[in-house]
Design a protein around this ligand. Structure first.
Ligand code: GLY
Length: 370
């Protein structure tokens, strides 16, 4: 059974765009660009990484050429450890060589790291050119590719350098998930679970019932289950980004689990844990913090932990020096007026922003987690 395409609008006032979920959609990327009003004939720089370019770049480039675009491909190293300004320079150099102009386009074909870097390179090349996101990992499909957050890591913290730069279009082709390694698929599920906790109780209940892989490690989910996961997650993301494009308020709830998660990524070394894995451990940690504060029930925190564990995600807090954890928390973007901002779960499907968490509560939480 083939599901029909789903179009989910992101109706931002300055630059509205669509997220299209379409099995085999990569074959039609050229036509989709034309439909989105992107001028025929322009130069397009497709940025990808070897593992993704090998199976998918030809399909993408052929579709672009057939629709009258002039595409070039560059591959960069993916992985959080390469999400830095040196890789941005490599993309800028490729843009220079390909004579990318103001009216040209960048396309990100890959996971969250490729998407974040391509978006950032596009936001800075010639003071900003258009970008289209074609996410090929579950994590990028449900989160990173939508909403215009772009950037790179700094040695002091995750994503400290970046810009908001909304894409012209996001095209999700679920068939690209067939080549995604199991560990990466599972890591992407952390962001799906996140949507369950912050907004979507029904999705959370659904995730508790489904089985991702069978005993022989083969994907157990069928196409309609994958569509359901994608559609519900994208709808929540689109709704929140539309309400608060630049994270002045409500959008911060999308960072649920990320405050502690970013600490894990920074202190364990970028690339040790996949982003989604760090978020999973971060969600368990902030669940514990919420229980300590009396904001959440132990039962619901356990339900979250059980779902994370069942999904195959790590849930135990890694061994980390407590003072370094506190220092890194202070350096995160989520610090406001010196207070660390946490997204605290109140019940499954409802969270709130909290700037009042005390250092004592954090220390106590870390003691319990260790
Ligand atoms: N990934 C969090 C956000 O887009 O705001």
């Amino acid at each position: 059974m083939t599901n029909s395409p789903i179009q989910i609008p992101v109706p931002l006032s300055r630059q509205p765009y669509e997220v299209i979920i379409q099995e085999g959609g990569l074959n039609n990327i050229g036509k989709e660009l034309l439909k989105a009003g992107i001028q025929k004939g322009i130069k397009v720089l497709v940025v990808s990484n070897e593992d993704v370019a090998e199976p998918y770049s030809k399909i993408c480039l052929n579709s672009l050429s057939s629709s009258g675009y002039d595409p070039n491909l560059i591959t960069v190293e993916a992985g959080e450890q390469n999400k830095n300004l040196s890789t941005i320079s490599i993309i800028h150099n490729a843009a220079y060589s390909a004579k990318i102009e103001r009216g040209s386009l960048f396309i990100a074909l890959g996971g969250g790291v490729v998407g974040d870097m391509t978006g950032f390179a596009a936001s800075t090349w010639l003071r900003g050119i258009d970008v289209v996101q074609i996410p090929t990992t579950l994590l990028a499909m449900v989160d990173a590719a939508i909403g215009g957050k772009t950037g790179v890591n700094h040695s002091g913290g995750k994503n400290l350098i970046g810009a908001f730069h909304q894409p012209r279009l996001v095209l999700i082709d679920p068939s690209t998930l067939t080549t995604l390694p199991r560990r990466e698929f599972i890591a992407g599920m952390a962001e799906v679970i996140k949507y369950g906790i912050i907004e979507d109780l029904e999705l959370f209940n659904y995730l508790e019932k489904i089985q991702l892989y069978n005993e022989t490690s083969s994907m157990q989910l069928d196409q309609s289950q994958i569509y359901k996961i994608l559609e519900r997650s994208v709808k929540t993301k689109a709704k929140i980004v539309t309400a608060d494009e630049k994270e002045k308020g409500i959008r911060a709830i999308l960072n649920y689990g990320h405050t502690f998660g970013h600490v894990i990524e920074t202190l364990c070394g970028y690339g040790t844990w996949l982003h989604g894995e760090a978020v999973a451990m971060g969600m368990v940690a902030v669940g514990e913090l919420s229980v300590i504060r009396g904001d959440w029930t132990k039962e619901e925190a356990n339900r979250q932990k059980k779902l994370i564990q069942k999904t195959g995600l790590p849930y135990k807090w890694p061994k980390l020096d407590r003072d370094k954890v506190l220092d890194t928390l202070q350096g995160d973007k989520k610090v406001k007026d010196g207070n660390i901002r946490f997204i605290i779960p109140k019940k499954i499907g409802l969270v709130e922003l909290q700037d009042t968490v005390s250092t004592e509560e954090i220390k106590y939480c870390l003691e319990l987690l260790n």
